[in-house]
Each structure stands twice: as structure tokens, then as C-alpha cells.
Ligand binder design. Structure first.
Ligand code: PNS
Length: 162
């Protein structure tokens, strides 16, 4: 059974993320969506909310677990006995940071591979940050987020009208 870990801040999980989950499952038998607290990023949603929403967003996929982790990703991946880290790569602008992280993680554990997957082009510009900005100003969210996540974001910004 090939197990991969898909780590991220997931603040919140978007349709771009679930597209990557789906693609990962065509390569790996099992996937753990691993939600990092990432306090430096100043998340809108609590870690518990991010895990809860990621569980809802991935409930229709077999062989996907969602959990949070603390500390170094490589240690978590090792502890879970996973074979690879999955990262979504949207555009050239993602590349430099992802390249640094992948090489750093490999330096920390040389057996660990990072697998980059490209989302469907309709999500290639999508980030959790731009979705939050859209939510802040009351924009339509359903093209980017599943309804439960869209609702939670509207509530956060006081735009819950339906
Ligand atoms: O969704 P993001 O914010 O791009 O995810 C970044 C994440 C959580 C994968 C990265 O910050 C991470 O791996 N954090 C755990 C701490 C760690 O291992 N840092 C060293 C690698 S940069």
C-alpha cells in the first residue's frame, strides 16, 4: 500500500486542493491530508475548523484521512510511514518556494520524495488567500469552495445571507 501525505495550511480547503487529492489517489493507494497550524501565516480558521472542513471536503474519497500535525513535516511523514509528500504546483510563481521546501525536506530525510501535481487549469490561479479576499467583500464563492466551506467563510466575514 503506497501512502502519501498531502500537507498544507488549508485555510480553507478549496476545490483546487480536492482536485489534487483526486489526482494523488490515481498514483497512491492512501492519502493523508495533513493540516499544519502554520502560525506564521496568521490563519483565519482555527486548526480544528480547517481539519473539520477538510474532512467534509474529502468525505466522498475512499482511502483519505485528514489530521493535523505539529512540528517538522519530515518527522510526521516518517512517523506515519508514508512514502512521499504531495504538493500542488499551480504556476511558475509557486516553483521557487516549492523547490526550496522539497530540497530542504530531502536534506532532512534523503529517502523522502516530493511529488508535484498540477491541478486542473480551471483552478490554476486559485489560492486560499484570494478566496478569503473574495469572501471578505461578499463575492460568490461556490465555484472555488464546496458549499459547507463557502458558508463557513461567509459566516466568518459576517456575510451569511442564505
Ligand atoms: O499550504 P502551505 O501554507 O503552502 O503549506 C506549507 C507547509 C505546511 C507544507 C509547510 O509550511 C510545512 O511543511 N510546515 C511544517 C514545518 C516544516 O516542516 N517546515 C520545514 C519545511 S519548509
Amino acid at each position: 500500500m503506497r501512502l502519501a501525505v498531502y500537507p498544507g495550511t488549508f485555510d480553507p480547503i478549496t476545490r483546487g486542493h480536492t482536485d489534487i487529492v483526486s489526482r494523488s489517489l490515481s498514483i497512491f493507494d492512501r492519502l493523508i491530508v495533513a493540516v499544519a497550524p502554520n502560525p506564521r501565516k496568521g490563519a483565519l480558521l482555527s486548526i480544528e475548523e480547517r481539519v473539520e472542513l477538510a474532512k467534509i471536503a474529502t468525505k466522498d474519497f475512499a482511502n483519505v484521512e485528514v489530521e493535523s500535525f505539529n512540528g517538522l513535516l519530515v518527522e510526521y511523514v516518517r512517523q506515519r510511514g508514508a512514502h512521499a509528500i504531495i504538493r500542488g504546483l499551480r504556476a511558475v510563481s509557486d516553483f521557487e518556494h516549492e523547490f526550496q521546501m522539497a530540497l530542504l525536506n530531502r536534506k532532512l530525510d534523503e529517502r523522502l520524495e516530493t511529488v508535484f501535481l498540477m491541478p486542473s487549469e480551471e483552478y490554476s490561479y486559485l489560492t486560499s488567500s484570494i478566496v478569503k479576499e473574495l469572501a471578505l467583500f461578499g463575492g460568490e464563492l461556490e465555484a472555488f469552495l464546496i458549499p459547507e466551506v463557502a458558508k463557513r467563510l461567509r459566516e466568518k466575514y459576517g456575510h451569511e445571507t442564505r
